[in-house]
Ligand binder design. Sequence first.
Ligand SMILES: Cc1ncc(COP(=O)(O)O)c(C=O)c1O
Length: 394
Amino acid sequence: MPSPSTRLSQIPPYLFGQIAALKAKAIAEGRDLVDLGIGDPDQPTPEAIVEALYSAARNPETHRYDESPLGEAGFIEAVTRWFGSRFGVEIDPRSEALMLIGSKEGLAHLAWTYIDAGDVSLAPDPAYTVYRVNTLMAGGEVCPMPLLRERGFVPDLTTIPTDAARRAKLMWLNYPNNPTGATATLEFFREAVDFCRQYDIVLVNDAAYSEVTFDGYRAPSVLQVEGAKDLAVEFHSFSKMFNMTGWRMGVALGCKDVISALNKMKSNIDSKQFPAVSRAAAYAIEHVGNGAFLDVIRERRDVLVDGLASLGWDVQRPKATFYVWAPIPGGGSSIEFASRLLEEAGVLAIPGVGYGAYGEGFIRMSLTVMGDQHGDRAREAVRRIQAAGIGARV
Ligand SMILES: Cc1ncc(COP(=O)(O)O)c(C=O)c1O
């Protein structure tokens, strides 16, 4: 049997694969875990969207390849209308939006679209691993942009080495941010657009969590910056907005040259999504809200953050995403701390170092905890952590 490519063997196993194995082992041992691991909404997809899929799937027209240029016209038009009313930015449905089979697929293929051997991508650290891994697989190099707590987990663009900036083809941003829960201002996006214009870089904002926000906060879009469409694209996802992770539906919007290049790459790899799914997604974006889901997540956030704070953890309340990014009380290795949480408290959290070197010293706790009713599993996590004597002031 030949071995897989060198490029593949350089890549560590997908972070959540290892976590899934640890989780499976604990469950096989009959342990009751409070699972604050992967960020996959535990609530079902709203019934009206399931009904829309059902009726679209009964139409034999949807049983064929989607041969449209950018994604079914009904979907692309619904998304661009939503974008216009949500962000006040007009997107041309004929050239500035592209349907994706989930945003992860589009992000990965964007790296393959732009990166040649020796090219650089500027990527946040810690970060969703897809930006880095696909840059590396395409033969590129990653210049990390550290996300530091004292800067609100927003990179300091003035510290990017000039040589890396000159060689960079992509800058990845992700606001609202996974794993830190941080948000960025329009002012920061403006700085990023100016930087990328100066160095001729494609600017990418992964906005998978733009609609997962609380306490009246509304996330801005990078495309609201004047002139951003000359060089920026933004990725949106139906996964977190409508509890549709398994449906695989996302969209890229913005600079038409980037959209066109990504489309060229994709059309040689995939044949778009099942058209019934894109019709259901169009229905979702036009008719369905996510307020009830946000209320559930906010309640858990408050229980978890207040509970950990009462134990002496120095933890902040995120105003977006469903992640609590907690500094490890007293510092130390995040892998050791997460293992301790799992073994001694039966609480599954993700070690921050899995998201990059600058994630060391933190753990990520997801609020999409299965089986939770009004914060009871989040409360149970705090109770167990306290009982196990993990953290400060216990
Ligand atoms: C930051 C970020 N971007 C993109 C994705 C992928 O979402 P999708 O389901 O649309 O592929 C995730 C999923 O966890 C994510 O956290």
